[in-house]
Design a binder for this molecule. Structure first.
Ligand code: HEM
Length: 349
């Protein structure tokens, strides 16, 4: 049987697919950076309990619920853009993962509660603090693993035949060698960005000790991630890997710049410059997200090309979207400024 027969028919979209590709990559960067902070922040809090550096854990506990909320909010936009262009792949992989995928909703709610209880009952929890945070972190790690499974399973229509072998039971993409370094790449990045979050806050509060702690997490995790990134690259199917090794100028250039960015991040870690590190992190993550998009396009090339999607030419919806984006963004900036004003952060340490 030809895997192409398993791919649903595409629906026309209002404007050319590449518009949505750009929005998908940009909003994905926002989602993944917040995800990095909440997962990395939870790990650093946990280690804080083990090392008896409670004030750092306490301070992080106050931020984690909000950051998880932002992670979820920032996840909605790429989810919509992903479904708009790649729905016939992503919906299929979601259905094939069935229960595993639906369980993400319940686990997300439970993790949200976990972070709230950790924050609001920080003192009252006593010895239960560590197990609660460990459980909550475990749920977040599992959710991330489900996302990696879904977005890799969607790239392998030939794997979808497993549905007939499992007798209709949901399955994951566990036999894909790319899955593990890919997932690890995101999680190690979380340790780095979580550390950067700690360092940035310490920088503005002029807390040299905490700044050092944060930048150490940032730098060490980035060095480790350079190695994980190489593993990820090597695990890709040969012809896709070669695109990044001279086979395609854009792919090679983007990855080379990304690696250069990562090396610059290590340098900002060594010289303890959190603000510069934050700017370079956004740029590097954006480059890596473009590289990830090139990987997706290459995987799907035998089946699909987003620029060939049928369009209805209704540009009015794009204009409306851009209008609300232009009006909405300044409002968001204004709200964030109110939120971070020291006077509005009650009892923050
Ligand atoms: C604790 C919560 C979450 C964690 C840890 C998490 C983690 C991740 C990770 C690791 C990826 C990258 C997967 C890969 O490329 O291999 C990812 C992708 C994604 N996440 Fe999240 N996520 C969380 C919540 C959410 C939520 C609630 C949404 C939607 C409302 C969401 C939407 C997305 C989308 C759409 C992608 C894929 C975008 C693309 O492939 O272009 N995430 N997430």
């Amino acid at each position: 049987m030809d895997p192409a027969q398993l791919i649903p028919v595409v629906d026309p979209i209002p404007i050319p697919g590449p518009w949505f590709d750009v929005l998908l990559v940009v909003t994905f960067v926002a989602h993944i950076l917040f995800m990095n902070v909440v997962v990395g922040g939870a790990v650093i809090s946990l280690v804080g309990h083990a090392r008896n550096t409670e004030p750092l854990s306490r301070s992080l506990s106050k931020k984690l619920p909000t950051i998880l909320a932002l992670t979820i909010n920032m996840g909605v936009a790429p989810l919509l853009f992903l479904q708009t262009v790649y729905g016939q792949f992503d919906y299929t992989s979601s259905v094939l993962m069935a229960g595993y995928w639906l369980a993400v909703i319940g686990l997300l709610l439970a993790a949200y509660y976990g972070l709230y209880i950790y924050n609001l009952k920080f003192d009252g929890l006593g010895g239960l603090r560590t197990p609660l945070l460990l459980l909550t972190l475990g749920m977040m790690l599992w959710i991330g693993f489900m996302f990696s499974n879904n977005v890799t399973l969607m790239l392998r229509p030939e794997k979808w035949f497993d549905y007939f072998k499992t007798g209709g039971a949901g399955f994951l993409n566990l036999d894909d060698p790319v899955l593990y370094p890919r997932y690890l790449h995101f999680m190690v990045a979380s340790l780095a960005v979580g550390g950067l979050f700690v360092a940035l806050r310490a920088h503005f509060k002029k807390d040299a000790e905490r700044l050092k702690t944060g930048m150490l997490w940032f730098m060490r995790a980035t060095v480790v991630n350079l190695a994980v990134g190489v593993w990820f690259l090597m695990a890709l199917p040969g012809e896709i890997m070669m695109l990044f090794m001279g086979g395609d100028a854009l792919a090679t250039g983007v990855l080379a710049l990304g690696i250069l960015g990562a090396a610059a991040l290590v340098w900002t870690g060594l010289t303890r410059r959190p603000v510069l590190a934050a700017v370079l992190t956004v740029v590097t993550v954006l480059l890596m997200a473009v590289a990830r998009h090139i990987v997706r396009t290459a995987y799907l090339a035998p089946w699909f090309d987003s620029s060939q999607l049928p369009i209805t030419g209704e540009y009015s919806t794009l204009l409306l979207f851009l209008f609300f984006l232009a009006v909405g963004l300044p409002c968001v900036v204004w709200m964030v400024r109110i939120y971070v004003k020291p006077a509005n952060i009650e009892g923050d340490a």
